[in-house]
Design a binder for this molecule. Sequence first.
Ligand code: B12
Ligand code: SF4
Length: 554
Amino acid sequence: MKNLLKEGIKCLIVQSEFSAFSFWNYVDICKIVGAKYPAAPLGLLTVAALLPQQWKFRLVDANVEPLLDAHFEWADIVCTGGMLPQQQCMISVIDRAHQHGCPVVVGGPDPSSQPNLYQSSDYLILGEGEITIPMFIQDLEKGCKSGEYKSTEKADMTKAVVPRYDLIRFKDYIQVGIQYSRGCPFNCEFCDIIELYGRKSRTKTLEQIIKELQNLYDLGYRGHIDFVDDNFIGNKTKIRKVLPAIKDWSEAHNYPFFYSTESSINLADDDGLLQMMRDVDFRFVFIGIETPEEEVLKLINKKINLNIPITKAMNKIYSYGIIVNAGLIMGFDNETDQTAENMIKCIQDSGICMAMLGMLYALPNTQLTKRLKREGRLFEDGSTLMCTNTEIDQMTSGLNFITSRPRLDVLKDFIHVIKYIYDPKRYYERVNYTSLSIKPVNKYRPGMGMILKRVVVFLKLCLKMGFNKTTGWLYWKTLFTVIFKNVRAVETAVNLAAMYIHFYKMSKYIIDYINKEIKSIESGANRPRSPVPHQNTNPLKKSVIEPAGFNVIS
Ligand code: B12
Ligand code: SF4
């Protein structure tokens, strides 16, 4: 093997492919706006900045271009990493690299939570790269040909490097990511963020964030930046200092960017913070609503969501020009046969267009997984998450445990909600609601080229949505209503309407997929699954009625 620390070693970095049917994979919209994939691979760009800078890097994102044998022939070493829905592709990248005689370095969220699945790699670098990549480099200095690197230490974000954005073509993506913090102060039972990144929000400094924005600006990037934080407002005191600095920087640079992020719902009771976000043109925020049911929220320890009614919270956020995308989950204990209707009411009444409704998945190392194991309810094969071609994300996979309500009821209720909320009429009702409630600020100043591009995209969308028998009438009705009643929100309305192109396809896929599972359970043909054995007696044992085909503890 070559001396891998030599000047000019060629390092191929591969972003593995995601499934086309994931909620987040709106590639049809990308095509219309002239991009190839929604989000740039921030993790790998960060890894590139942490690896030896005397290496030559080439990043191939399999979501935007085919990964060719020629790429492997060029390389001396291959690095790949990613999350669960990329698992199959990551494993095949390891095999292909080995066929070309290249050593493979693997890391990222899925290898970190399930290292057993990636043992065929040569160097397995777990956890936060800021801590473990230097350990790997030390080993390379010693000439080690393989190794596994892990640490319980958490990275000091004030020492984080600037990602190598120069390795991607910005035009391939709708948005690029930037990270201010890791971790979240709350303690939800099902959440693996707090297990992976901790409950203390670790932040970069204000200067680091401005430097990263300046770097993107200098590289010529303009448009949408996603703050990929687990909870952007995890440390409110610090973010209150960062936002005004971003405002000053944006003013000085003629507002080249607009933003999105993830946050907890307590954003809605902080007018000061919302105003600061409005001042720099935050347009979207993803909020984990999970469920509208109080009893369930208490059980899963998501108490922060009990403090403010959901509809009120959403309306408050809309009033600052920010669209809310929400994560919702079904399959919790304490749900009843009213849950589906409550879910529908919550989504419709609060106008949440992009509602990512998933089925509960007990992720490795979470408090939920530990409890289910104790109660003897976690499926044995559910402790390892295998991503198949069909099980894409929590919308098609999930319920890897014995549910407290009969499984068939949960699945049927889930489909009922998906069918309802992604029915074109219901979806457009929400587009209408949000577009009439929102007060966009539109500070971002696109250049002339971008304005022309947007006009073309608008015309393309009008053709696609307006002359389609499913959405035509709904589209024009919504567009004209918004033009007459809230003209500033036309862009919001068109963007939300456009997302239906993706949601229509995605919801059909989910409904077909879950219906097959239901049929197979009803016919008794479903693969039997058994829970992880546990000595303790299971309090729920007697009340659990499982359909044929599932091994229940007897
Ligand atoms: C932003 C984000 C998204 C965005 C954008 C994703 C993208 N393409 O960039 C969106 C919203 C699209 C998304 C979607 C999903 N996400 Co997401 N997402 C995140 C989030 C919040 C930040 C990711 C990020 O950019 N981090 C910043 C970078 C710098 O960190 P990083 O990628 O982890 O990389 C570091 C290390 O992992 C390591 N590393 C990474 N790669 C490699 C490679 C090598 C070779 C090495 C050595 C090291 C290494 O070094 C880096 C520096 O420390 C994380 C949580 C988190 N805190 O990371 C979840 C997270 C990655 N997402 C997760 C999941 C499950 C999903 C979904 C499946 C959710 C769903 N319900 O459908 C979808 C799937 C997406 C799809 N297209 O199909 C999980 C992954 C869990 C797992 N075991 O795989 C995470 C960890 C959140 C969680 N719940 O725990 N996500
Ligand atoms: S608020 Fe979100 S990130 Fe924080 S612990 Fe709860 S689920 Fe996890």
